[in-house]
Design a protein around this ligand. Structure first.
Ligand SMILES: [Zn+2]
Ligand SMILES: [Zn+2]
Length: 391
């Protein structure tokens, strides 16, 4: 595959070009290479290239991803549709003689990008497919290769999509004489009305299969479940997708297959929360660890690590472990793990622990709760009850 050109170079603008520069560069070049205006053999290619560059650089978020990760930040992260979403090419090019839908019949620039299909000049294109994959956070962190079973429509291998038994040929439909359309003229008080509809005899195909293929019964297509190997890079985010070109449904013998979009869903983790490449974890520490300081072991995505809790740490303090977060795409290092400590108040003290706590309380000069005789007896009762329940 040819190296993809830098978007800034494609538009001939500087890396720090502002929105206005980008727009005017695009308009100038788009006018030059618009396939309706240019005779250059590579006009359409150039025009697509320009438009893609514009779609990315005119969108703050996509531009930032591109600046950070290059084409890798764009390819595979956005579908064609997402890539061009929000760009109104018709509006941009208006006033240059390209109006809205001058071509009629859905010949808009968009059909060029999305292979819009029906009745257009371009060849038919198969349906795009979506396949969802659930990943654990650990899998998203390491990346992985896996095989998925994708049910899809393929061109029948026996008849190569013709629908006829090998060795036989379909015959031209006698009703529509191969056009696939029948027209009917009707005389009405307002004049003649001509309607045209798909030919009923051949189903609009213009041909009749007299000797259908035994594998596809004449449909020319078969359903197959294909094992497809996919490679998920490390650091992917929830909702991102991989695009596998031409792995979608077949369009028949002459068209291009659609694409397969593998959507990655990352399941919630019981311990870690993720924000971009950073991870967040809540770790309990004891009252004494908080007061005296301690080395506390905490889990990481791929093992364990230690945080140094200094003496006098308050609940809610956050400790950062650099590089222990999620790896970033394209091997650009890893984020951090943020550990938020929570001081656990001991709930069930032994008699000895209670004595020590009381001694500590006395040392702090804390007064014991003043208790009336009556209250005391109630509390004592409860204590007795609790004790007997525990035993
Ligand atoms: Zn067949
Ligand atoms: Zn017909």
């Amino acid at each position: 595959m040819a190296e993809k050109k830098d978007y800034y170079e494609v538009l001939g603008v500087a890396k720090d070009a502002n929105e206005k520069d980008i727009k005017s560069a695009y308009r100038k070049l788009a006018m030059k290479y618009h396939p309706d205006k240019s005779d250059a053999p590579d006009a359409e290619e150039r025009f697509k290239e320009l438009s893609e560059a514009y779609a990315v650089l005119s969108d703050a978020e996509k531009r930032q991803k591109y600046d950070q990760f290059g084409h890798a930040g764009i390819n595979g992260q956005y579908s064609q549709e997402d890539l061009f979403k929000g760009v109104n090419f018709e509006d941009l090019l208006r006033g240059f003689g390209f109006g809205g839908s001058s071509g009629g019949g859905g010949d808009s620039i968009f059909d060029m990008f999305f292979g819009g299909g029906r009745g257009g000049r371009g060849p038919a294109r198969g349906r795009d497919l979506r396949y969802d994959v659930n990943l654990t956070l650990e899998q998203a962190a390491t990346g992985l290769e896996m095989t998925i079973d994708v049910p899809r429509t393929e061109t029948c291998p026996t008849c190569s999509g013709s629908g006829s038994k090998p060795g036989s040929k379909p015959v031209v439909c006698s009703t529509c004489r191969g056009t696939g359309q029948v027209t009917r003229a009707q005389n009405t008080p307002f004049g003649q009305i001509v309607t045209s509809a798909a030919c009923g005899k051949c189903g609009g195909r213009g041909q009749i299969i007299t000797n259908p293929c035994s594998e596809c019964s004449g449909a020319g297509k078969v359903r197959k479940t294909r094992k497809i190997n996919i490679k998920i890079p490390q650091g992917v985010e929830d909702g991102q997708h991989l695009k596998l070109r031409n792995q979608g449904d077949s369009a028949g013998p002459s068209g291009e297959s659609g694409d397969l979009y593998v959507v990655l869903n990352i399941m919630p983790h019981p311990q870690f929360q993720r924000q971009d490449s950073d991870l967040f974890l809540e770790a309990p520490i004891s009252i004494t660890q908080a007061a005296l300081g301690a080395d506390v072991e905490v889990p990481t995505l791929n093992g364990r690590a230690k945080i140094k809790v200094p003496a006098g740490t308050q609940t809610g303090s956050v400790f950062r472990l650099r590089g222990k977060g999620m790896p970033r795409l394209q091997g650009l290092g890893s984020g951090d793990l943020h550990v938020r400590v929570k001081v656990k108040t001991p709930a069930a003290l032994t008699d000895r622990q209670k004595q020590l706590m009381e001694a500590l309380a006395a040392e702090f000069g804390e007064k014991k709760r003043a208790q009336s005789e009556k209250e005391k007896s109630i509390i004592d009762k409860i204590v007795d009850e609790v004790k007997s329940a525990v035993q």
